[in-house]
Design a protein around this ligand. Structure first.
Ligand code: COA
Ligand code: ZN
Length: 321
């Protein structure tokens, strides 16, 4: 059977109809890496379109210092003006208590706290030690519990750090244990600069799932070394069901040398749908949004799917002249 005759999403060789939860990060991880300011109205319009694509969660913006991330200085306006579609959770990145207080004033569904497993990256990204970050985040967790806001913690450089090398798994587990003890709802294991490989991912996911089976685990991959989708699939095969990804494959931490984009949402959905997983996503809407995003940032996006089209796209026969 020719591959292009297989209808999308109904592949008879489907391993299981398991539901996977997609979380969009383009307007946070994606935009923070862009140099040209994206107008607030365009951010809001993009989030409103994406809200109808089937995501479980959208990371809208970050309440970081506007001096550190000028692109997201309009966090309050974006967060308060977007349409909030029932069934979609709207989360924001929070580095400290000041950010949490700002987010509470506009109302969010979740605080996504951030710190790094690598001391060096924590110092360059958040300008403080891991100990100081953890102490500050304890105060934020207390505030969130009092305000009945869910808490997720994103552990940057969980697999490796571009300045200090591969992250030892026991060091990652130390911070996972710390935040599990603090009673957070979820933890994102983040591969900030694409240093993980599928075998490494399997080992980490199996350990995390077996130790904390009730934790809401998210895997957050960057495609910096071309292993992004392979890593996502390795995580799915261990039972992980939640992934961050970025429309068009934009993304990257400005304080991690060599950082490049997240795994691309439309490519992740395309792969998982073809394999018979239930992503709940509208791939056609994603491709429309990605094409608009290309116009918005004014350059070619990393998304290969946007260039090639889905596998069921057929071209006219090429004839020799
Ligand atoms: N929101 C708005 N302003 C903030 C803030 C927040 N969450 N946290 C600190 N500030 C302001 C302070 O008021 C101060 O302003 P001033 O210079 O006008 O007085 C300034 O930022 C510096 O504050 P300080 O407490 O000294 O923080 P810092 O300069 O050491 O920065 C962070 C610490 C964490 C706020 C900053 O490094 C940051 O926002 N990093 C985010 C990095 C990031 O998002 N990376 C990508 C995601 S992984
Ligand atoms: Zn990231």
């Amino acid at each position: 059977m020719r591959l292009d005759t297989i209808p999308m999403s109904t592949n008879p060789t489907s391993p299981s109809p398991k539901r996977l939860y997609l979380q969009e990060v383009v307007t946070r991880d994606g935009f923070q890496a862009e140099s040209k300011f994206i107008p607030t109205a365009d951010k809001i319009a993009l989030i409103n379109r994406l809200s109808r694509a089937g995501y479980a969660k959208i990371e809208v913006t970050s309440f970081t210092s506007p001096k550190a991330i000028p692109m997201l200085a309009d966090a309050e306006e974006v967060m308060s003006k977007i349409d909030r579609i029932p069934g979609v959770e709207y989360t924001v990145l929070i580095p400290n208590l000041r950010g949490a207080e700002r987010a509470l004033r506009v109302g969010v569904d979740e605080f996504n706290l951030v710190m790094s497993v690598s001391e060096t990256h924590n110092q360059s990204n958040l300008r403080m030690s891991r100990q100081d970050s953890a102490k500050g985040l304890s105060d934020v967790i207390r505030l969130a519990h009092d305000a009945k806001v869910a808490v997720n913690v994103s552990l940057s450089t969980s697999f490796g750090c571009p300045m200090s090398g591969m992250t030892p798994i026991p060091e990652l587990m130390h911070w996972i244990n710390h935040f599990a003890d603090e009673g957070v709802r979820g933890i994102s294991i983040c591969d900030t600069t694409g240093m993980a490989n599928p075998r490494h991912v399997k080992e980490v996911c199996q350990l995390a799932l077996s130790k904390y089976p009730k934790m809401e685990w998210t895997l957050h991959f960057h495609n910096t070394r071309g292993m992004g989708l392979a890593n996502a699939l390795a995580a799915v095969e261990t039972g992980i069901d939640r992934f961050d990804s970025s429309l068009g494959g934009l993304g990257g931490c400005p304080y991690a040398p060599g950082a490049t984009g997240n795994i691309c949402t439309e490519e992740l959905v395309h792969m998982l749908d073809l394999m018979g997983y239930n992503t709940n996503m509208s791939l056609d809407l994603l491709l429309e949004c990605s094409s608009q995003l290309r116009d918005l940032v004014g350059r070619t996006l990393p998304s290969q799917l946007l260039m090639a089209g889905k596998v069921d796209r057929l071209y006219d026969k090429v004839c020799q002249a």
